[in-house]
Write a protein that binds this ligand. Structure first.
Ligand SMILES: Nc1ncnc2c1ncn2[C@@H]1O[C@H](COP(=O)(O)OP(=O)(O)OP(=O)(O)O)[C@@H](O)[C@H]1O
Ligand SMILES: N[C@@H](CCO)C(=O)O
Length: 306
């Protein structure tokens, strides 16, 4: 096989209490990428559609992660990458992650799959570091593994795959502003009160237990972020209005998707997700802020060949 086309899904990182650790994969939206072998060695990005992004491999997360992989594999060929981007950069639903993960997934397939998913995530983290200034894997892991994931550690990289309750659905609302992950990370405190840390890790533990036991009520009681959201919510206009309107009609939980500005709402059942979508639309409809919304199931497969 000398050419491959893949779908690289959007993802939601942090998932309220799990900053830099928890994440899940979305079904409804993702990037497409075409990668083909070339006689000439190295990485070339030959087409980008959807959004303006750098063509220089060293300035594009897809190129940086691909260079990390071939630097290790040292293949006797090169690769050219076409990016058909549907996930807006700076959206908060893993635009950079979809590119970084997609290129290494595709090259790995073309090389006969010498690397496992954890090794691919490691290469892709080099791409994420270009976008956000740090090698976090909480968007990459759900994109590559599918479903819910927990990043146990980054050095060494260890990723735990968590169950996905079958009735769990997501509503995303994306106010059309850009928040760079690097900026949203810079405003976070370097130290936190022990009381808040205890609350946060109790929520992470109970959320993980809730996923394993299919306990939607416990999911609802665990989706609380007392550490990051208080700092970042001010970056997203009307965040509290969206959150309260979603919870008022029975959502399980609502939080900032990744570093924002997208907001995610978890619900039990597809219809509830649609009801939430209608409710939260009214918040921004009353303002001059452009936005879009969608609902999605949890994508348990992750990146795939198409
Ligand atoms: N192939 C690429 N796809 C997306 N963004 C890229 C790519 N290459 C470089 N970038 C840069 O990375 C930044 C987008 O990454 P950032 O992490 O800020 O947003 P995001 O990935 O959409 O959101 P989040 O990581 O919070 O889910 C933009 O500044 C963009 O120019
Ligand atoms: N955990 C990262 C995710 C970015 O998508 C952050 O919130 O900075």
């Amino acid at each position: 096989m000398n050419e491959i086309k893949i779908f690289s899904p959007a993802t939601v990182a942090n998932v309220s209490c799990g900053f830099d650790v928890l994440g899940f994969c979305l079904d409804a939206i993702g990037d497409e990428m075409v990668v083909r072998k070339t006689k000439e060695k190295g990485i070339k990005i030959t087409k980008i559609e959807g959004y303006d992004l750098p063509f220089e491999a060293e300035k594009n997360v897809a190129g940086v992660s691909a260079l990390a992989l071939i630097g290790h594999a040292n293949p006797d060929c090169g690769f050219e990458i076409e990016i058909y981007k549907n996930i807006k950069p700076g959206s908060g639903i893993g635009s950079s992650s979809a590119s970084a993960a997609g290129s290494v997934f595709a090259i790995n397939e073309l090389l006969g799959k010498p690397y496992n998913k954890t090794q691919l995530t490691n290469f892709a983290m080099k791409g994420e570091a270009l976008a956000s200034g740090s090698e976090h894997a909480d968007n990459l892991a759900p994109g590559i593994f599918g479903g819910f994931t927990l990043v146990k550690s980054t050095v060494p990289l260890e990723i735990l795959e968590l169950p996905t309750p079958s009735q769990l659905y997501v509503t995303i609302i994306h106010p059309q502003i850009e928040i760079k992950t690097s900026e949203a990370r810079a405003i976070l405190p370097k130290e936190i009160p022990l009381k808040d840390a205890i609350t946060q890790w109790a929520n992470v533990g109970s959320l993980v237990h809730a996923l394993h036991t299919n306990d939607y009520n416990l999911i609802q009681r665990s989706l609380q972020d007392v550490i990051v959201e208080p700092y970042r919510k001010s970056l997203i206009p009307y965040f509290e209005d969206v959150k309260s309107s979603a919870l008022k009609i029975g959502a399980l939980g609502c939080g900032i998707s990744g570093s924002g500005p997208s907001i995610f709402v978890l619900t039990k059942g597809k219809q509830k997700a649609k009801d939430v979508e209608e409710a939260i639309k009214t918040v921004y409809s009353k303002t001059d802020i452009e936005f879009y919304t969608f609902t999605s199931a949890i994508n348990t497969e992750g990146i795939k060949i198409i």
